[in-house]
Design a protein around this ligand. Structure first.
Ligand SMILES: [Zn+2]
Length: 265
């Protein structure tokens, strides 16, 4: 009798578990919302999505999420909706207004990674973050080149620099799977975008993704080029594609990838 009651209870429990699983599965597929998909990378993949200006949303196979150079809401007219998602960490390449978020702009309690912290590599989840000082393109200020390593994958965010001068930084950028490359305003101190792209491809970088350009052609931020201008400067023989997100793998071809903005749909 006792055994029978236990079996019955087990059956009821199993039924509840199965219903919950099914309901969970249904609710997962029912994502009819305008919000971007902020789920961590699935199936062991690493993905890169573009927010605007120099800001990217990186997700790693262990679920770690990192934002690069989030910009504040007051610059939305230039770059689109400001990032406010919950992430594990965000990086700041330098302290100009278009590379730093407002206080409490991001949900949760993300770790802020600033240049002064980069004397040693640091870990965010299973991601190793390394920093290399470089010169900002148009001021005497400093900039940090950030390198994110996960397993054998290497992603580099250039921040607001085009010339890579230190041998350590050069070594770090070499053979990168992806470089989020500066493509900013034209000026006497900046290299032409086409020259930067060629230079990076010569360092055996596989995929270049542009950042730091005017996201709205009608709202130009400090003379920065538009994506259409940038695409004309991609070196000949390099395939150019447009994607909503890049899934980073070791099998990627040498490409120039223009990411659409994740919030601009
Ligand atoms: Zn900037």
């Amino acid at each position: 009798m006792k055994l029978e009651a236990r079996t019955k209870r087990a059956a009821v429990f199993l039924t509840i578990v199965m219903c919950c699983t099914l309901l969970g599965a249904c609710s997962k597929t029912d994502t009819t919302t305008d919000k971007p998909n902020l789920e961590p990378a699935k199936n062991g993949s690493m993905t890169i999505k573009y927010v605007g200006n120099s800001c990217f949303y990186l997700t790693f196979p262990d679920g770690t999420t990192i934002l690069t150079d989030p910009y504040p809401a007051k610059l939305e007219a230039f770059f689109g909706p400001a990032p406010d998602m919950e992430v594990d960490a965000y990086t700041v390449s330098h302290y100009h207004e278009d590379h730093t978020p407002d206080m409490k702009q991001l949900k949760g309690k993300p770790t802020t990674i600033v240049p002064a912290m980069m004397k040693e590599p640091l870990k965010v989840g299973d991601v190793e973050v390394t920093g290399f000082p470089s010169k900002h393109v148009s001021t005497l200020g400093e900039n940090e080149i950030f390198v994110f390593r996960y397993g054998d994958l290497k992603i580099v965010h250039m921040g607001e620099t085009d010339k890579i001068e230190s041998p350590e930084a050069l070594e770090a950028v070499k053979d990168a799977d992806v470089v989020l490359t500066y493509t900013g305003e034209y000026g006497p101190q900046t290299l032409d975008n086409g020259d930067i792209f060629q230079y990076l491809y010569d360092l055996n970088v596989k995929v270049l993704i542009p950042q730091h350009f005017s996201n709205h052609p009608e709202a130009i931020f400090y003379g920065e080029p538009t994506i259409d201008q940038i695409l004309k400067e991609v070196p000949q023989g390099i395939e150019t594609i447009k994607l909503d997100e890049l899934v980073v793998t070791k099998d990627m071809k040498k490409q120039f990838v223009a990411l659409s903005q994740m919030n601009a749909k």
